[in-house]
Write a protein of this length. Structure first.
Length: 325
C-alpha cells in the first residue's frame, strides 16, 4: 500500500511540482470551504499543514460546504483551475511518482465537482479535465455517499420591531439533492398540531436548513404545498441552484403583538449567476387562514356586510406613499 506522506515528499522534490502542489491545495480549499462563514480554524489548519510540507493531508481534508459557481466565476478562478489540472496531467505523464502522489487529491476533486451544479460550463470543463487525469492514471471514480451537512451555516433569531414579533432565518442555500436534509416530525407537530396549518419551514429542508422549531412557523397549508405560492418560489430557487446560481436568502415571519401565528412572510434574497452577476429580490406573502385552519381554531369565516367593498391593497402604492415627504 502506498504511503501518502512519502508520496508528498517525493512530489515536493520533483521539478515544478511544489508550485503545482500549492495551486492544487488552494483549489481544494476554494471548492471545499469557499462559502464557510467561519473558516478560521480550517484555514489555520491548512496553513499549518502547508508550512510542515504536508500539503496532501491538507488538500484532501473533509468537505464541509458546497460552494457556488458564481462566486468562483466572479473571482475569475476557473481558467486558473483548468491550467492547474492540465499541468497535473502533463507532470503525471512525465513521472509515475507524481501520478501516484496526485491520485488521492484528484479523486477528492472529482468528488467535490460531483457536488457542484452541473449546469455550469465552467464546472463541466473542469470536471472533464479531472476525469481525464483519473482515466489516464487508471483510477476508478469513487462515488460520494455522504452528503455535506450545511445546517450549522444558517442563522435564526427572533426579535421585536414596531410592536410585531419577527422570526427570521437566513443563510446560503444548498443545492437540493446535494446537501443533507433535516426534518423533525416532532418539531413540526409541536408547531402545527391541532391548528389546521402546516408547520412550514422558513428555509426549506431541501436547501439544507435546520428541521427544528427555530426554522418553523404556522403556515397556510395551501401556500406551503405543491402549487402554493411559497412552494413555487422554492421551486424557482431549486431550478436556479441546479443551474449554477448561488442564493443567499433571508425569510422573516411577522406576528402581531400577542399572537403566535404569522400574518405575513417577507422574503429577500440575492442571486449570483454563473457569470458572477449579482441581483437582489424581494417578495411579500400574506399568510391568511384557510378553511381548514378556521375550522380547527374555531375562527368564524369573514362575511362582508351588504354594500361593503373588500379592498385589495396595492403594496407598491402603499410603500410609495410611506416615502412621500
Amino acid at each position: 500500500m502506498s504511503n501518502p506522506a512519502k508520496q508528498a515528499d517525493n512530489l515536493l522534490h520533483h521539478p515544478d511540482a511544489r508550485a503545482l502542489s500549492l495551486d492544487l491545495l488552494g483549489m481544494c480549499l476554494d471548492l471545499a470551504g469557499l462559502v464557510d462563514p467561519t473558516p478560521t480554524s480550517d484555514a489555520a489548519s491548512a496553513i499549518l499543514s502547508l508550512v510542515r510540507g504536508n500539503w496532501l493531508d491538507a488538500a484532501i481534508s473533509g468537505v464541509s460546504m458546497v460552494p457556488y459557481v458564481g462566486d468562483l466565476a466572479k473571482a475569475g478562478k476557473f481558467p486558473r483551475y483548468l491550467r492547474t489540472v492540465e499541468r497535473a496531467i502533463n507532470l503525471a505523464r512525465e513521472s509515475t511518482v507524481v501520478a501516484d502522489a496526485l491520485r488521492p487529491v484528484m479523486q477528492r476533486l472529482d468528488q467535490l465537482l460531483d457536488l457542484l451544479p452541473s449546469g455550469s460550463t465552467d464546472v463541466q470543463r473542469l470536471h472533464a479535465k479531472v476525469r481525464q487525469f483519473l482515466t489516464e492514471n487508471r483510477v476508478t471514480r469513487v462515488a460520494v455517499r455522504i452528503l455535506p451537512d450545511i445546517s450549522r451555516h444558517f442563522s435564526y433569531r427572533q426579535f421585536t420591531h414596531r410592536g410585531n414579533t419577527i422570526r427570521e432565518a437566513s443563510g446560503r442555500l444548498g443545492v437540493p439533492g446535494q446537501v443533507m436534509q433535516h426534518r423533525s416530525s416532532t418539531a413540526q407537530r409541536g408547531v402545527s398540531s391541532g391548528t389546521g396549518d402546516d408547520a412550514g419551514h422558513l428555509i426549506g429542508n431541501r436547501f439544507g436548513a435546520s428541521g427544528g422549531p427555530e426554522n418553523l412557523s404556522q403556515q397556510n397549508w395551501v401556500q406551503n404545498r405543491g402549487g402554493g405560492t411559497f412552494h413555487d418560489l422554492e421551486n424557482e430557487w431549486a431550478a436556479s441552484l441546479h443551474g449554477g446560481t448561488g442564493i443567499v436568502a433571508r425569510v422573516q415571519d411577522v406576528m402581531r403583538p400577542g399572537e403566535t401565528r404569522p400574518f405575513m412572510r417577507r422574503v429577500q434574497w440575492s442571486e449570483v449567476d454563473s457569470a458572477g452577476r449579482i441581483t437582489h429580490h424581494e417578495r411579500v406573502f400574506a399568510n391568511p387562514h384557510s378553511t381548514r385552519s378556521r375550522n380547527a381554531q374555531d375562527i368564524p369565516t369573514e362575511v362582508f356586510p351588504p354594500g361593503h367593498i373588500a379592498q385589495v391593497i396595492d403594496l407598491n402604492a402603499f410603500r410609495a406613499s410611506r416615502h412621500q415627504p
